[in-house]
Design a protein around this ligand. Structure first.
Ligand code: SAM
Length: 205
């Protein structure tokens, strides 16, 4: 399978290593199903975990499962969990495609904020958002579930719009996505570059 993320680990600090080695209670395996009756949101690729952590604290009525292969960001999310012990956060260190394929639950919400755009044509195959990926998301959300994709990359916006048209399991939603979010690191970079940020809120047909 073509990888949608770069192999960069980022230089891991001793603190990062400490949290990566910890058997934290927030860590989950493939196929994990939360016991809570609260709605569940899958956050795909939370990056450095800064805005994600704030979103978890602000939206306590939602159970968040964060999936991220990037070790340094993942370590920061575990550190956040250990310092605040939010009851609504679970984490998986790896690829979301594998996580979704193995999932034994349907999610109320799935969000993907600023997926790697892989802007060069020769790298386009690495883009996470594809027709097949949207079909997989649609299988893994509940009937009235929603998917949110946000990006500042004009090339990726064109790509996402083409992919949405090419499949018929998810359509642009009429109602807004109910989970608030803070400006993330990549969101901030996009704003500083003067990019137009586009939000795609999708619902199951
Ligand atoms: C551009 S960063 C955005 C991070 C964060 N969402 C933000 O807004 O700042 C994209 C993130 O997606 C992650 N990613 C890429 N492919 C992924 C996959 N298949 N499953 C989960 N995360 C993935 C990368 O490791 C990276 O941290």
């Amino acid at each position: 399978m073509i990888r949608t993320y770069s192999s960069r680990a980022g230089r891991l600090s001793d603190t990062n290593r400490k949290y990566l080695d910890l058997s934290s209670k927030c860590l989950v395996e493939l196929g994990y199903v939360p016991k809570s009756a609260r709605p569940c949101a899958l956050d795909i690729g939370f990056g450095d975990a800064k805005s994600f952590s704030e979103d978890v604290l602000v939206n306590q009525d939602i159970i968040f499962i964060g999936v991220e292969p990037y070790k340094k960001g993942f370590a920061r999310a575990v550190e956040f969990y250990e310092k605040h012990l939010p009851k609504n956060l679970f984490l998986y260190n790896g690829c979301s495609i594998g996580y979704l394929k193995a999932a034994k639950q349907r999610f109320n919400f799935i969000r993907i904020h600023f997926p790697d755009p892989w802007p060069k044509k020769k790298h386009a195959k690495r883009r996470l958002i594809s027709k097949e990926f949207l079909q997989l998301l649609s299988k893994r959300i509940v009937k009235k579930g929603q998917v949110q994709i946000v990006t500042d990359s004009a090339i990726y916006q064109d790509h996402i719009e083409e992919v949405i048209k090419a499949q018929d399991s998810l359509v642009l939603a009429e109602n807004s996505f109910p989970i608030s979010y803070k400006v993330s690191t990549f969101h901030d970079k996009g704003l500083k570059k003067g990019h137009t940020i586009k939000e795609y809120n999708l619902a199951k047909i």
